[in-house]
Design a protein around this ligand. Structure first.
Ligand SMILES: [Zn+2]
Ligand SMILES: [Zn+2]
Length: 118
C-alpha cells in the first residue's frame, strides 16, 4: 500500500523556491538550485538510456575558476492536472514536471533525511 501525498498549501517564490505544507502535517522547503538539480525529466535523469544531464547548481564549484553560472530561478510555474507542477527555469530548461510524489521524495527535512538512510 502506498501513501498518496497531497499538498495542503503550496507557496511559490520564483526567485527563492517552493514551500509545501502537506495534508499529513509534513512541511517541506526546496530552494531553486536544489529543485533544478532534482529535475525529474528524462534528459536530466537519463531515463531514455541517454547520459544524464544532471545540473549542479546546488553544489559548490569544483574548479578554482568555475564557469559562470547564472543564479537559477523559476521563470514560470504551471499546474499539471492535480498531481504535479511544471517548472520553467531561467536557464531555458522547461521539461521538468514535478509530481507531488517526487517533491515528497526529495524532501530535505531532518525527518526525511533520517528515513532515507535506513
Ligand atoms: Zn530536466
Ligand atoms: Zn520531509
Amino acid at each position: 500500500m502506498s501513501t498518496i501525498y497531497e499538498p495542503e498549501h503550496i507557496a511559490i517564490s520564483k526567485s527563492k523556491g517552493i514551500r509545501i505544507d502537506w495534508k499529513d502535517g509534513h512541511h517541506s522547503e526546496y530552494n531553486c538550485a536544489y529543485l533544478r538539480d532534482e529535475c525529474p525529466c528524462a534528459s536530466c535523469t537519463g531515463a531514455h538510456g541517454t547520459k544524464p544531464e544532471k545540473t549542479s547548481y546546488s553544489q559548490p564549484p569544483k574548479d578554482l575558476f568555475p564557469m559562470y553560472k547564472p543564479t537559477i530561478r523559476m521563470s514560470e510555474v504551471e499546474p499539471v492536472g492535480n498531481y504535479a507542477i511544471r517548472i520553467l527555469w531561467n536557464d531555458g530548461h522547461n521539461t521538468g514536471i514535478y509530481s507531488f510524489e517526487h517533491f515528497r521524495r526529495i524532501c530535505q527535512c531532518a525527518e526525511c533525511q533520517n528515513n532515507s538512510k535506513e
